[in-house]
Structure formats: C-alpha cells, structure tokens
Design a protein around this ligand. Structure first.
Ligand SMILES: [Zn+2]
Length: 445
C-alpha cells in the first residue's frame, strides 16, 4: 500500500471504532434511564469485588476542538441571595429560582463528547440567613461526585448525608449507572460564603503554593517547562540531591481536572520521597525525581470536566502531541534522555470510580517491567484493608496515553495509578506514603 492508502485505512478504522464506541455509550445511557428508589449511599457505593476497570480507550483525534467558556459572575435573587462562579476552579452554568427557597443549578461540560465526570463548584451567601434547597442537574450526566462544603475555600468536608436527597437513583451496580440523576442539597446559608464543590479545590494557585512550600528544601527546585494555551506555567519540580545522578523517576498528575484524589495521593507520595527518613535521604543520593503535579492547569482553573483549553483529553495526545501541555513534557523527557538519564520508574496519578492499577502487562515489558508488579505487591501487602484490582494492558501502540509513551519512548517501567473518587482522604495519604516507601525499597535493592 502507498502511504496515502495506509493513512486512509487508519482513518477509516478509527472512525469505525468511534462509531462502535458512540453506539455503546448511547446504549449505556438508555439502560440507565429508568430508576427506582435506593439509598443515599448509592452515591458512594462500590462493590466488594472492586472496580474492574475501563475498556481500552478508543483512538481519537487530538487537534483542537472548540470549548464553551463559562460565563463568570454573580447571580442575584431578590436582592439578598447570591451565587458565584467567579473564582478559579468554579463551574456553574445557570441557576433557576423555583420558589420556596428552592434553586436548580445547571452544570455543563466544556465540550462533548466527554467522559462523565461532571465537575461543579460554586459559592452561595445571603443577607437573610436560612436553609435553602439546591438541586444539581447536569448536561448528559448523572450525579457522580459526592458534594463537599467549605467555609474558607480551602478546608472541605463531605456534606452530611442527612442534608442530601437522591432524586432518580441509579439502577446499575457500579459507576455512572449507579449514580443518581439529580441530588438536592439542604444548605444552611449566611452572610459568609459557603463553597460547594465536587471535590476539594486544588487550583493552579494552590498547587503552586504546595510546590513553593516544598521548594524551600535545599534539594528541591522548580521551573517552567512550558505554558498551556492560556499561558499558565507548566511547573516541573525536581528533587535532586546529587549533581552526578543520572537515574530518575518521572511522576505526573491531574491531566483530568476533577481527579483530585489522584493528586492527593501523588502529593503524599512526593512528600515522602522528599522527606527526612533515612530511606528517603539514601534514595536521593542515587535517584532524581521529576514531577509535573498539574498537567492541565487551564482545565483545572476553568472548572473543566476533563479536557484542556484545546478541548482535548490530554491523555489521548501522547502519540501525536498536538497540545502544549503534552508537548512540554515530551520536550523535557527528550532533553533528559539526551543528557543520558535512565528512567527507572514512571507513574501517572488519576482518579476513577475506585482504586485500581493499570500497569503494562509483563508479557510486553518482561524483566524490565517486573518492578511495577513487585511495587504493587509491596503496597498491597502493607495495605490489606483495601483490596485493589490490577488490570494490565497489552496494547501500547499507538502510545496515546502517558504510560505507553513513557515505556515505548523512554524505556520507563510505568503505570497509571488510579485512586477512587470516594477513597477516604486519610487512606489516600497513607497509600501515597506507602507507595513511595515501597518504591524506594525496590529501587535501592
Ligand atoms: Zn484520569
């Protein structure tokens, strides 16, 4: 075949895959339409067998697609009650006042088709303190994220389940089909703003604060490796004790904005590697750590459900590199490889319905990839209270996702490390710490 024949063939093949995927999506949505009453716990329900993982990702184009930017401002009702999305990380696309202190909120995605991760975040306050009811409704989605509230925008806690009413509970056993269509929140509002958010708010400014707080350490530095399309810096943190070291670990997080639990585990992981334990000190004599904690700063600050400002799922762009965020990491890794760095381990932190590991199958990676499986075993042995599934992948071409690119282009044993949306926060922290300790132990042996 000529080059043209081959490219047409690939295009046709990709389009057929996309059609099959869309048909599947439509069918899933139809199945989830009819609902009966179930308890509030359905929001956070997980089967004891654990999350079985997602099907292989379809190949999709990653050239820019239009994004609907949300209108930003304050909605005022009766001159006394105010809702705002005028802050980084917010998502609130419309409100209707229905009478009797009941409000319906409308949450839409930045563009479609899109993964069902309906992010929301807004503030509400009033001159007339009282209880109001707020119904959350979504564009082509259901209520995935359990609402968190905060009085300062920094410290969030789960809204008491007695304050949440489920409307149209999901009929499925797991995932979006188990989620309710709507939820109604009873909120005590006063003169000071109350934040309501899908997950804790970690905006680019807050992540920067964390990077700066670690960078006061002698062996931690940070610098820009590029800029997003809205010119937000792509910060890379470098943990480097010994100038002659040429072995490194590569860590990235938050390609997908709502995936805060993955970020929190990554944060604990990095704090452990840069800690003061004898193991960490010895480890840093042998290995450097490179971290991009916030891969999608535009998506995070704009309150996106999944995509960047180019309207693209960044974790589909590690083959074609059409987006500035993935390009910046590609350029960085190419530079480090050219400097003679050997990458001994890579991890990309995400969140999904429950904790799960997505390594590359050892039939593909052989001896080189064994460290990833030994590492998972080490973590599982130390945290037996949470049984976590492992779903190895045998497909690494096209590279498309970061893990495959890390392995194929930089010979790096790599994994997608997924944490559950509802995994308890103290457990996330512990898991990040144990994961770091087990990695140090393996690499030092
Ligand atoms: Zn993700």
């Amino acid at each position: 075949m000529t080059a043209y024949d081959i490219s047409d063939f690939i295009k046709d093949y990709r389009q057929s895959l996309l059609r099959v995927f869309m048909a599947f999506l439509f069918l899933s949505l139809c199945i989830s339409c009819k609902n009966t009453a179930k308890s509030v716990e359905k929001i956070v329900d997980t089967k004891s067998t654990g999350y079985q993982g997602q099907a292989p990702s379809p190949v999709v184009p990653t050239t820019n697609r239009p994004v609907q930017k949300q209108w930003k401002g304050v909605w005022t009702f009766n001159n006394e009650t105010f809702f705002s999305n005028d802050f980084d990380g917010a998502r609130l696309n419309g409100i209707a006042e229905d009478g009797n202190d009941h409000y319906t909120i409308w949450i839409t995605a930045e563009n479609t088709p899109i993964n069902v991760s309906p992010w929301y975040a807004f503030k509400v306050w009033t001159e007339n303190p009282r209880e109001i009811t707020v119904k959350l409704s979504y564009q082509d989605s259901r209520s995935r994220y359990y609402p968190k509230i905060s009085r300062d925008g920094l410290n969030f806690k789960k809204l008491d389940s007695a304050q949440i009413e489920i409307l149209n509970p999901g009929e499925g056993d797991f995932g979006i089909n188990a989620a309710p269509e709507f939820v109604e929140l009873k909120l005590q509002i006063g003169k000071e703003p109350l934040w309501i958010s899908a997950q804790e708010l970690y905006t680019s400014k807050r992540v920067r604060g964390w990077i700066d707080s670690l960078s006061v350490k002698r062996f931690v530095s940070n610098y820009e490796i590029g800029r997003s399309s809205e010119k937000r810096p792509m910060h890379l943190m470098e943990i480097k004790e010994d100038a002659t070291t040429k072995k490194a670990v590569m860590i990235i997080s938050r390609q997908h904005p709502p995936e805060v639990t993955g970020f929190l585990a990554m944060k604990s992981f990095i704090e452990t590697l840069s800690g003061e334990s004898p193991e960490a000190i010895a480890f840093r004599e042998e290995f450097d750590v490179f971290v991009v904690p916030l891969m999608n700063p535009d998506g995070v600050d704009n309150g996106h459900w999944r995509h960047n400002m180019g309207g693209i799922d960044l974790n589909r762009d590690w083959e074609n590199f059409n987006q500035p965020e993935t390009q910046s990491v590609q350029n960085f890794l190419n530079k480090k490889s050219a400097e003679g760095y050997e990458f001994v381990f890579g991890a990309d932190f995400h969140s999904t319905w429950d904790d799960i590991y997505y390594p590359i199958d050892s039939t593909v990676t052989g001896e080189k990839g064994q460290i990833v499986f030994d590492w998972i075993d080490g973590i599982s042995n130390r945290l037996p209270q949470k049984q976590t599934n492992i779903k190895p992948s045998t497909t690494i071409h096209p590279t498309m996702v970061s893990r495959n690119y890390f392995y194929v282009n930089h010979n790096m044993p790599a994994i997608v490390f997924e944490l559950g949306d509802n995994t308890p926060r103290d457990f996330l922290k512990e898991k990040g710490k144990v994961a770091a300790e087990e990695l140090m132990k393996l690499l030092m042996n």
